[in-house]
Design a protein around this ligand. Sequence first.
Ligand code: FES
Length: 106
Amino acid sequence: MATVTFITYDGEKQEVPFVEGQNLMQVATDNAVSGIDGDCGGDAACGTCHVMIDQQWAAATGSRNATEAQMLEMNPDCQENSRLSCQIALSAEHDGLVVNLPEFQF
Ligand code: FES
């Protein structure tokens, strides 16, 4: 079973399963990952699904789309590896993906 690991700001790890085709935000909310709200349901309109991609997974997760980039620009915690998790569609190549959570969602 393919899994993704979320690491909280405090360093707590939560490894959860995913099904190909889900987006990363859905996986987090389906598995009650603390720190991912996903208030807009995945429309890149709320910014409450912010994650930072582990360095070794940067290429596999691609780059921000235009709407996502606009949302992240408004986030005071935005970092170079920041993404909106609802904009990352998961496939088999993402098995083992590791992402970090910010201290707060805005
Ligand atoms: S769920 Fe709202 S921006 Fe991702």
